[in-house]
Design a protein around this ligand. Structure first.
Ligand code: NAG
Ligand code: NAG
Ligand code: NAG
Ligand code: NAG
Length: 524
């Protein structure tokens, strides 16, 4: 190739490159995306920072066949008045919504009549704009919220909402903790993940109680979410849970063992024995080697004396400032009397779950198990640590046979039992007994509503909705009321599932199959 030809080629490349860039690659404009069976979260790239120039993000969202989709836009900020090159567009097989951009009025919620929608976000050349954040769920969850809702959006003292999968890594603060409650300015779904009420990869139903605020909120790292210290607020909120969160570590039958113990010799010998691994004691912790001379993984084992339901673990490092040791990440193993050790796995990907541990020798960090581990023996197996393995632990949970709250179910499908493998064909699930009356109440209310709903549906609400959609602004703020109304009357239609919403499990995802089972078990 002569120099002339080379120059020509270079010119061609210069001319072509921007053209190719301008088209954008499908996917390069996508940001955070988490999807699970019937809910999820999706943002544009860099959200809530400025989305890049010349990108496209196209993704098809799906919920199971037979259900329909609910989309909620938490935020839309696209710099364009014409929607020519920067826009957000939804396409289902029967309808198109958008394109949306600029300052146009955009529906906060879209109720589709299909189970599939293609989301397309495109950007041209622009200076500012956060892009978008949306969540979706199946029609089973008409009370879906986005990851951006804060408790102070709601006035009621008690309410229940559905959080989609994927809210953990969305920017936004929370302050407070599980026990004292959260400052009302905190993001609801992120706080629920922090509290261990729902798992990030699953989403789920949350039940919230609004209370008078307190003068100070104490932050803690839990389930990979850092809550911050917070100052006095007028209101705070708490989550109602099934109450299986008693400390198991101080029960008389509990014993702790370890693979190895370190003896430090600085002046005097100090035995860092597993007896000292009780988080409640303020003295030393357990400590093991620095991992250099031993091939095996170290572990710290708790024998609970009998099979129990374990819903969480709190850990600290050495707690001694002159011994800056702590475990940065760990996995959990568990077993019963005569079974093999098994690893705790994530539900969404069925891989051994690695928990985020401590980030200093002092502060406690909590992790929750959703679904719970049901076992007698449980091991913390450190994966990474700072200088040396040192641990204090406290386990939380309850008896399996506590009260009348437990049912043994057959395993239904692989993704319903993160904690259990082949050899253990049953898992134990608790129904929060306090919440069953609520379920009955709502079902009772729902029945007359069915009649009302049928009536209203007959009067052509569907037609009304269609008309609104054609106008391009189906659910403006003035129409929000209508949307709520639609949702409420739609609720009892969902084939006798209303009872399912009201029994709030820590992981709603598994509910459908499980409750069907419970119901049939009870009937049978
Ligand atoms: C997009 O390109 C323009 C012009 O090159 C530039 O001024 C602008 O900062 C870019 N925007 C972003 C978000 O990178
Ligand atoms: C496990 O062993 C303990 C005593 O070691 C016994 O009390 C308990 O019943 C056993 N559990 C099972 C499920 O076999
Ligand atoms: C548990 O429930 C069953 C029937 O549902 C009842 O017969 C039994 O007395 C209850 N047991 C306790 C300890 O409440
Ligand atoms: C589990 O399923 C099998 C067969 O489907 C049935 O025979 C058994 O009774 C079930 N066990 C429980 C605890 O429901």
């Amino acid at each position: 190739m002569g120099p002339g030809a080379r120059r020509l080629l270079a010119v061609l490349l210069v001319v072509c490159a921007p053209a190719r860039l301008r088209a954008g690659e499908p996917g390069d404009g996508c940001g955070h995306i988490v999807t699970y069976q019937d809910s999820g979260t999706m943002t544009s790239k860099n959200y809530p920072g400025t989305y890049p120039n010349h990108t496209v993000c196209e993704k098809t969202l799906r919920v199971p066949k037979g259900k329909t989709l609910i989309l909620r836009l938490g935020d839309l900020d696209i710099e364009s008045q014409t929607c020519a090159s920067d826009y957000l567009l939804f396409t289902s097989n029967s309808d198109q919504y958008g394109p949306y951009c600029g300052s146009m009025a955009v529906p906060k919620e879209l109720l589709l009549n299909t189970n599939e929608v293609t989301v397309r976000f495109a950007s041209g050349s622009h200076i500012s704009g956060r892009g978008f954040l949306l969540t979706y769920a199946s029609s089973d969850h008409p009370d879906l919220i986005t990851c951006l809702e804060r408790a102070n959006h709601y006035l009621k003292t008690e309410y229940s909402k559905f959080c989609p999968a994927g809210c953990r890594d969305i920017a936004g603060d929370i302050s407070g903790n599980l026990v004292d409650g959260y400052r009302d300015t905190s993001l609801l779904c992120k706080a629920a993940i922090h509290a261990g009420i729902i798992a990030d990869e699953l989403g789920g139903q949350i039940s919230v109680l609004q209370r008078k605020g307190i003068s100070r909120y104490e932050g803690i790292l839990a389930n990979g979410v850092l809550s911050r210290d917070g100052s006095l607020s007028d209101k705070r909120f708490l989550f109602t849970s099934n109450g299986c969160s008693r400390s198991l570590s101080l029960e008389p039958d509990t014993q702790i063992r370890a693979s190895w113990q370190w003896v430090s010799e600085m002046g005097e010998q100090i035995h860092w024995s597993p007896d000292q691994a009780q988080l409640q004691d303020q003295d030393l912790s357990w400590a093991a080697g620095d991992g250099k001379n031993r091939k095996q993984r170290e572990w710290l084992e708790t024998d609970l004396g009998e099979k129990k339901k374990i819903t969480g673990i709190m850990t600290t490092g050495s707690t001694q400032s002159n011994f800056n040791f702590y475990v940065k990440s760990f996995v959990m193993k568990f077993k019963n009397n005569n079974s093999k050790w098994r690893s705790y796995k994530g539900i969404a990907n069925n891989k051994e779950k690695v928990f985020q541990g401590n980030s200093n020798f002092r502060d406690p960090v909590r992790n929750n198990f959703i679904p719970p581990i049901v076992a007698r023996y449980i091991r913390v197996v450190p994966q990474t640590w700072h200088q040396r393995i040192a641990l204090n632990v406290e386990l939380f949970g309850c008896q399996i046979t506590q009260g009348n709250d437990s049912l043994v179910l057959n395993k239904t499908s692989p993704n319903t039992v993160g904690s259990s493998e082949r050899e253990d064909e049953t898992i134990t699930k608790s129904i929060p007994s306090a919440e069953i009356p609520t379920g009955i109440n709502v079902t009772a209310v729902a029945l007359p509503l069915v009649l009302f709903g049928l009536l209203v549906a007959g009067m052509g609400i569907f037609a009304a909705l269609r008309k609104k959609k054609k106008k391009g602004n189906p659910y403006g703020s003035a129409k929000a009321q209508k949307t709520d109304c639609w949702k409420q009357i739609k609720y009892p239609f969902a084939r006798h599932q209303s009872a399912e919403f009201t029994i709030s499990y820590d992981h709603e995802k598994e509910m459908t199959q499980k409750l069907d089972l419970i119901t049939s078990d009870m009937a049978g």
